[in-house]
Design a protein around this ligand. Structure first.
Ligand code: C5P
Length: 228
């Protein structure tokens, strides 16, 4: 394959109020992580799949992935993550096969992201040659606030709520990670800090991030509707 997808699933996800790490919370007939993996493996092209999980879950995750029919051993790598999301992504980057030219980074918490969105991001990275992130228009009116006071209203026409998978030419993302100082909440911010151009393509409402219990209920409902 020429594309790798790094699925980061090593966060604790305390806002979901569950004892297990968020990616391992049950959803439908699987877990958040198994749904995210299904989305990746439904892509049009074969990919290298790198799954990043808490250290104590590596062996179990590897066994479960290989037992599922759609994942073959040579294309699946499972490794332990780090303290910050970006440490987990870095751990995944270290596992890329030599032939990989395009890297997509995806949050397991965006469990119901359709395969088509992965295909579209990969295609856009290839044709444009720089970073690509899916984004949706912001529907709320957004204020900049300091000390509890509104400083200004930000023109929402200039804003996008960005999702994952976020795609990059491999070399650009690896260089950005080598240069990265500080904390970043997504790869687009880290890449932009290193001077990488990042474009926005249309996102998908189903790529929403499961963060709080209401998000999990919405996901359960979507899974139930899809199965019916
Ligand atoms: O915490 P947040 O929802 O922003 O995490 C986004 C994604 O990054 C989740 O899928 C989570 O499992 C992953 N993550 C990780 N390693 C960390 C923190 C978060 O893989 N140290």
């Amino acid at each position: 394959p020429s594309v790798a997808v790094i699925v980061v699933a090593a966060g604790s996800g305390t806002r979901l109020g569950r004892p297990e790490p968020k990616a391992f919370v049950p959803l439908g007939d699987g877990t958040l992580l198994s749904h995210a993996v299904r989305g990746v493996l439904g892509m049009r092209e074969p990919v290298q799949l790198v799954v990043v999980v808490p250290a104590e879950r590596v062996d179990q995750t590897r066994a479960e992935l290989l037992a599922s029919a759609d994942a073959s051993a040579e294309l699946v790598v499972v490794v332990a993550g780090g303290e910050l999301r970006q440490d987990s992504v870095a751990a995944g980057l270290a596992q890329l096969a030599p032939e990989i030219g395009v890297v997509l980074v995806h949050d397991a918490a965006r469990a119901l992201t359709p395969s088509l969105l992965f295909d579209e991001v990969a295609a856009a990275v290839r044709t444009r040659g720089h970073g690509v992130v899916p984004g949706l228009p912001v529907v709320d009116t957004v204020k900049r606030v300091a000390d509890g006071r509104v400083v200004e209203t930000v023109d929402r026409a200039e804003l996008a709520a960005v999702q994952t998978p976020q795609g990059f030419p491999r070399g650009a993302l690896e260089r950005a990670y080598r240069l990265a100082g500080g904390e970043f909440t997504d790869d687009a911010a880290l890449a932009a800090a290193a001077g990488v151009q990042v474009d926005v393509v249309p996102g998908d409402v189903r790529a929403f991030k499961i963060t709080v219990p209401a998000d999990l209920r919405r996901a359960e409902q979507l899974v139930a509707e899809a199965g019916a």
